[in-house]
Design a protein around this ligand. Sequence first.
Ligand code: CA
Length: 668
Amino acid sequence: MKNYLILPALILSVSIGYSQKNKNAYELASPNGQNKIKFELVKNAPKYAVSHGKTEVITPSDLGFLLKGNEDFSSNFEIKNVKNSTFDETWEQVWGEKKNIRNHYNQLVVELQQKSGNKRKLEIQFRAFDDGVAFRYVYPKQNVKDSIFIMDEKTTFNLKEDGKAWWIPANRENRDEYLFEEAPVSKLDTVLTPLTIESKSGLALSFHEANLIDFASMTLVNNVGTQLKSDLVPWSDGVKVRVKDTFTSSWRTIQIGEKPTDLITSYLILNLNEPNKLKNTDSYFKPYKYLGIWWGMHIGKYTFWESDKQGATTKHAEEYIDFTAKEGFHHLLIEGWNKGWTPGWYENRMHMFSFTKNADNFDLEKVVEYAKKKDIELIGYHETGSNLINYLQQVDEGFALYKKLGIHTVKIGHVGSKLNMKEMHFGQFGVNYFRYILEKAAQYDLAVLYHESIKDTGERRTFPNMVSREAARGQEYNAWSEGNPPNHLSIIPFTRLLSGPMDFTPGIFDVEVKQGYPGKRIQGTVGQQLAIYVTTYSPIQMLADLPENYEGKPALQFLKDVPTDWEDTKVLNGEIGQYITTVRKDRNSADWFLGSITNENPRDLEISLSFLDKNATYEAQIYADAAGTDQKHNPEAVAISKKTVKASDSLKLHLGGAGGTAIRFKKL
Ligand code: CA
């Protein structure tokens, strides 16, 4: 058992960071005093505002809901009670991008009650952190008898000034698998979170939510000026949230940085989730790298279904196991192993996959036996096709089969634009489904890798069997679509990745995809593919390419060396959509690793090595784009060199267009 608590938690009822302006106005400041939330009851309606230093961020904005029957639940309030507290603890992640995380905030809780009518009560909890602010609604059990139907959330975020927003659309066919675009806040339609904004005064803001349970996901809509409004994803009948007699919304979060890179090392989302409820995940999940019978299907070399090009055959599985073992890796994903795969399986239909029956030409028990002899563990795969009626009937049997076979991770896919062709993935139905499966998987000692899921809201703190998810455009788009443009990888660390780990599936060495569809390729260099293992965090990272493309390649050594569990993370430089350089320290050795990537523009960067241990010498093992290499010229060429360095040194990096550099700093 690890030590989860490093410092004792402090909960003090003293007026730190809190002041009362008058009987209807209160101000809450973060521990360092920089971030402030002002709460005020204005004409009986609750309002809040946010500032950072001398900069107003959010001007007075609305709070509350609209309930069924057009019942207004955002006004006619009086303050019944106000409580404040401060909290400071440092907790340890079971696995993660940083081992020890400080959770330090001041809290203000305002208890409201309506003055007439149903006299409903509403509690609003505010927390001010040094890296941002958050608030949520608690509807306590009370005397009103009906079930509660939330028809709309009235929360607004009145941005003081416009800014450049990095957005993807909400409520669309492909869920959150869209390319980020930039636009002024004042021009946005309905967008998903995390929504990251570079404000005119130079602040970096990111709007998201944390600890989403039994509620609808929040999207944001711009209706007027620079105002964003919460727009909850509805059920198919238009109701946004239906609950029995009490609810707690997710935290509405605003991360605040003085530059965009500050957002990446903010752990506010995790801090707003409940502590670990699973004490035994260490016994069945440790971060790893994996190969898979997967890319072959996406590039058209193999099929998911039974055919003369079937990917998941016992024969292919044994060949992949041999290669995985030979190169020193221990995990292998096999997709298409079960019954139910048909051509066009990705279309919206109520697919009938089996989660226990083998596809023809595949023998799961035999493959597991063979794998065990070579110290390889399989990663299970359940593609639901978004037919959850079928899936939930079989999920216990499917999980039990994996448990019996000693399989400890399951990838679960949800291809389809709606769950059961009816409900949106991001609605309350989907939120409850994805949480239910996490808890069920834990009962079978299974770690979960979600694809086509809802967004992450920090679940991994409470359920560290939630190890990674897709929830964005990943590498697969390079196999069969127009592809991800070169700026995509320099945008997602500042946007999508703020919500949690991503299974991007990096590591394509044949970036021109010679065995694939004509004209389809990765718009980047192999140097960049290596660097993604550091710039994109996930506790499980795929080596996505075909074994034959790794065979004999010296750059494979970096993928053998790079860990997926970190003691610490620092972002050395970066601009959204331009470039980023991230360094992380291995949790199990004294080594540091660096990943630096750029968009289509080549770039020269000078890196201070002051993050290294001052008293040590390191061998920098450098994997860089070879001279003259960029996405269009010799993109596979990686120049490998070694150099002895110290913390007082600096390094010059040259990145080709859509290129990258990856470095291991091995402590000598
Ligand atoms: Ca996908």
